[in-house]
Design a protein around this ligand. Structure first.
Ligand code: ADP
Ligand code: GLC
Length: 480
């Protein structure tokens, strides 16, 4: 079976968050199910640089304002079709944002072009490659099902929502540029309170909608989490499902990780000490045996980083330490830096994005904090499980689905893997940190919980099977 994946990022070529990890890992995970995934990506400079010998599949004289090409090749192990369109994608820096930190003002055109190209391929534009399924990701891919539905024939489409907070909403003046029939600007298309919403259009038109955990699938059908799209999702409930993300267990493997100081496994957890020392050094923290928390995150309200920031005095005064790696919201960043200055030696911050350092933190810290207000799946808590870095998470979405709280029943049964808390407020977070510190004091119990987490099945095998089954169902249904 041939699947064309359509996304705006894919690890290791280009990554701003978990979407890239998932899009980058799925092709290899789908192989054992007899599914060949080719990923259509924008021709950003990093993608083009990584493409070896590329073959031209198609040339456009004018695609959303300039000449463009579809080229195919292998890039860092991924089977890629790149949309080479210099007027849209040949830009330095962040893929979504200009140098002023704001969205590029032609993002509507950039990702409409990507979806338009995908629908073209699905419709037979490239004779040598006709996919059986098109699988689009997030709002950047969400117009694919819209083009397919309003453009005539094409294979079944799947739309995966990685985060419903990002919807691709644009003023209606852009509609004519999309080259869709006027019927698409309607309630059962992409019209959204007078504007154009790419994600809403995709949700209306996709043959199947998935999101990245069963818990989040249920949540987004409610007004509290649906961010205005819960009504659309409820109307299409029969097509909505949740498939939890796996992780790439080769990239994230503490027994063979080049980014950490000392490799280890569940039988040699004492070797984590060396990584802990390295984390202390990198983050300017006092050295010691006491509990060391870490954070690897975008510093945003979604991630609850404002709440954490409000608890930092309490955390330092409780005797704990924190190493935080992240960047994002300027106000949150400033308040975290101020707390680090007040508590030097106890709170250390590295601002920015550093893949290697994120591995070291997972290998050296005792816990990873993920206090998200909402979390479609979350990957850092899964990396934490794999690395014996005990997750302390808000009880929401994929976090609730993947971490087993250390309540008395779970501890008694030996199945606990972390700590959950709710509501996402300072008092509840601090209570979870208190529970963690108490268990940490009992080293045998702590080690047992680390080992339990490290045993968790986190690979893609199960979820890849769920995607494969979904694809097959859609193809069968189309035949009948
Ligand atoms: P989201 O995609 O919502 O940001 P996820 O938990 O799904 O959240 O994925 C985040 C990914 O980005 C993980 O791979 C995480 O390790 C990585 N990450 C986040 N912030 C940083 C950072 N500052 N440096 C390195 N990696 C980071
Ligand atoms: C989004 C979500 C995150 C999820 C990731 C990959 O970025 O915020 O929870 O893990 O996508 O699916």
């Amino acid at each position: 079976m041939k699947v064309l994946a359509v996304a705006s990022e894919a690890y290791p070529l280009v990554k701003t968050g978990g979407l890239a990890d998932v899009v980058g890992a799925l092709p290899r995970a789908m192989k054992p199910f007899g599914i060949d995934v080719v990923t259509l990506l924008p021709g950003y400079p990093a993608v083009i640089a990584a493409l070896g010998e590329a073959k031209v599949l198609h040339r456009y004289s004018d695609l959303f304002g300039g000449a463009a090409q579809l080229v195919s090749g292998i890039a860092r192990g991924l089977d890629i079709i790149a949309l080479v369109a210099p007027h849209l994608f040949d830009r330095p820096g962040n893929i979504y944002l200009g140098p002023d930190g704001r969205d590029w003002d032609d993002n509507a055109q950039r990702y409409a072009a990507l979806a338009f190209a995908a629908a073209g391929i699905a419709g037979g534009l490239v004779k040598s490659y006709i996919p059986d399924i098109v699988h689009a990701h997030d709002w950047q891919g969400a117009l694919v099902p819209v083009y397919l539905k309003f453009g005539g024939d094409g294979p079944p489409s799947v739309l995966t929502v990685h985060n419903i907070a990002f919807q691709g909403i644009f003023p209606s003046v852009i509609f004519p540029a999309l080259q869709l029939p006027i019927a698409a600007f309607a309630i059962d298309g992409l019209e959204y309170y007078g504007s154009v919403s790419y994600l809403k259009g995709g949700l209306q038109c996709a043959d199947a909608i998935t999101t990245v955990s069963p818990g989040y699938a249920q949540e987004i059908c409610s007004p509290e989490f649906g961010m205005g799209l819960d009504g659309v999702l409820r109307a299409r409930r029969g097509t909505v499902s949740g498939i939890v993300n796996g992780i790439d267990t080769d990239v994230w493997n503490p027994s063979a990780d080049h980014d950490i100081v000392a490799t280890y496994d569940a039988g040699s957890l004492e070797r984590r000490e060396k990584n802990k020392r390295a984390v202390e050094q990198r983050f300017g923290l006092d050295s010691g045996d006491g509990i060391l928390h870490c954070v690897v995150s975008r510093l945003t309200g979604q991630k609850g980083m404002d709440i954490l920031s409000g608890s930092l005095d309490w955390l330092a005064e409780s005797g704990a330490r924190l190493a935080l790696l992240g960047s994002g919201d300027a106000v949150i960043e400033a308040s975290i830096h101020a707390a680090a200055a007040r508590h030097s030696g106890r709170i250390g911050v590295v601002t920015g994005y550093d893949e290697a350092l994120s591995h070291l933190l997972q290998a050296g810290a005792d816990t990873i904090l993920v206090p998200s207000r909402f979390e479609p799946c979350g990957l850092t808590q899964l990396y934490g499980l794999r690395y014996g870095c005990v997750p302390i998470v808000a009880r929401t979405g994929g976090l609730a689905d993947t971490i087993i709280d250390a309540n008395d029943a779970a501890l008694g049964a030996g199945v606990a893997t972390g700590f959950q808390f709710l509501p996402v407020e300072a008092a509840a977070l601090e209570w979870a940190l208190t529970r963690a510190a108490a268990l940490y004091a009992d080293r045998d119990a702590w080690r047992a919980m680390q080992r339990q987490g490290m045993k968790a099945e986190l690979s893609w095998t199960r979820s890849a099977g769920a995607y494969a089954a979904l694809y097959r169902r859609l193809i069968e249904r189309e035949k009948t």
